[in-house]
Design a binder for this molecule. Structure first.
Ligand SMILES: Cc1cc2nc3c(=O)[nH]c(=O)nc-3n(C[C@H](O)[C@H](O)[C@H](O)COP(=O)(O)O)c2cc1C
Length: 454
């Protein structure tokens, strides 16, 4: 299925052992790995078109500790851009050394389009890359490491992650990456090695995957034992490379046949948390994060207490549908008492960030994304729909030539449509209020609003 390339950077097993020792003892590695471990309890899932830098900035205002995943970034695209900008620099400076090229090639596009974080304070965050070719994952990871040296671009990720869980035909079809990679664990091991070497051994490499694919068994098959053995084979093969210790597992099988849409793939195959529980017990030297169907802090706590040794819980759709639901995360999951302010203050801080972004980038293109990130902040509150409609209107203003600062418009929309009670309620009061009104199914509403594409 895959053509395995003869990659110059792939090391022999004795060299690899040496690398692993080096990276285990490098102070830089320890720092990043420690950050990763400390932040892992709650993780914002990678979500294409949602967990962009603006949304991550919003979540960071609510929680200093949560581990934030980027949307998946195509390794091929980053590698291609890096190659073409380096080639251009060499062309313009024929006598430049390789070090000079690396330090000076134009990274504006790569940064803006793919890699930059909103600010230097993004905190614990993981860049997810998608790809199936070690020769492209390597330069993509190199670009991340190179950008981290240019402080003006804010590119300081805690770890790199390989997407082995996305069943979208766009991903699993052409080039066979995403969940399709689970059928070739040896390739996944090599891809992780490429990421690690490309990142100049500075970044821990993690894998996000499913409990398996339907290539060997139907998603309806209830032979859990056979499925578990296949999953173990995948985990053992990848971990044997000595690079990956962290696996985040969406507890559903990935159905790769075209009849299943990505949305079907996130709700139809049954969740099998018990397989992750077995992994946690059987591989105590590895770290596992559970993903799929978790919608609240009490549910996160529940999984953590059921599975001693579970490293963390990753949440996707519920975070997008109702981010405020997780505003007590630092206090309740990380024992950190730093107070999160009420939403009016959060919005003020976000508004400042939005102004700064619009000074850096063209408002006609960026405004839509800045607004999208805050649409869910008041989900479920009276008049939240009117507030969302107001945000849509604000998003369109730059194209009409109206250039009122975004901060003014954003705050005005909130005061116009939302009550003081909503704006100034503390996270803890909101949390108690939510636990009393669990019947409001905001996640389902959020998906329905998006025409069942999620
Ligand atoms: C709109 C959308 C986009 C997603 N994009 C990605 C992605 O880029 N990479 C990835 O690994 N998973 C992606 N996922 C899957 C989520 O990371 C997560 O595994 C899945 O939604 C299950 O978690 P949840 O039940 O908490 O939502 C996406 C999911 C959704 C709904």
């Amino acid at each position: 299925m895959f053509v395995r390339r003869n990659c110059a950077f792939l090391l022999s097993s004795s060299q690899r052992r040496k690398t692993v020792r080096t990276y285990a003892h490098s102070p830089d590695y320890i720092t990043r790995d420690e950050i990763l471990q400390q932040a892992s309890t709650l993780q914002l899932a990678p979500m294409m078109d949602y967990t962009d830098r603006h949304f991550r900035h919003l979540i960071r205002l609510l929680s200093k500790q949560t581990l934030l995943y980027t949307e998946m970034v195509s390794a091929n695209a980053v590698a291609h851009e890096r190659h073409s900008h380096q080639t251009q620099y060499r062309h313009e400076h024929p006598h430049a050394s390789e070090a000079t090229v690396t330090q000076n090639y134009n990274v504006d596009y790569i940064a803006t389009r793919f890699l930059t974080q909103g600010t230097a304070q993004e905190g614990p965050s993981v860049l997810q890359l998608g790809g199936s070719d070690p020769d492209l994952l390597y330069p993509a990871a190199r670009a991340v490491s190179e950008l981290s040296q240019r402080s003006e671009y804010h590119c300081d990720y805690t770890a790199l992650n390989l997407n082995c869980g996305c069943p979208s035909p766009k991903v699993a079809g052409k080039g066979c990456f995403g969940a399709a990679l689970m059928d070739d664990p040896a390739l996944v091991r090599d891809l992780c090695q490429a990421l690690y070497e490309g990142g100049q051994q500075q970044y821990p490499v993690t894998v996000k995957c499913r409990i398996g694919t339907d290539s060997k068994r139907s998603w309806k098959d209830d032979n859990d034992e056979a499925q578990y053995q296949e999953l173990c084979h995948f985990i053992e093969t990848v971990a044997a490379g000595g690079i990956v210790q962290d696996f985040t597992i969406h507890a559903r099988i990935a159905v790769l046949t075209k009849s299943f849409s990505p949305a079907d793939n996130r709700k139809i195959p049954p969740l099998k948390y018990h397989l992750i529980q077995r992994l946690v017990q059987d591989y105590p030297h590895l770290r596992f994060t559970l993903n799929g169907g978790i919608e609240s802090i009490p549910q996160v706590q529940d999984q953590l207490s059921r599975m001693p040794g579970l490293r963390g819980v990753m949440v996707g759709r519920a975070f997008c549908a109702d981010p405020w639901r997780f505003s007590c995360a630092d206090a309740l999951l990380y024992n950190n008492d730093t107070e999160v302010p009420h939403r009016w203050h959060v919005l003020q801080q976000y508004a400042q960030y939005a102004d700064a972004q619009e000074q850096l980038y063209d408002a006609t293109t960026i405004r839509r994304f800045l607004m999208k990130a805050v649409t869910g902040l008041f989900a479920g509150e009276p008049n939240s729909k009117k507030y969302r409609i107001a945000l849509d209107e604000i998003a369109g203003l730059p194209k009409k030539g109206i250039h009122t600062p975004i901060s003014e418009l954003l705050l005005e929309a909130a005061t116009k449509h939302l009550s003081e009670e909503t704006l100034f309620r503390s996270p803890l009061e909101s949390y108690e209020f939510q636990t009393q009104t669990q019947n409001k199914d905001l996640v389902r509403e959020w998906q329905a609003d998006r025409h069942a594409t999620l």
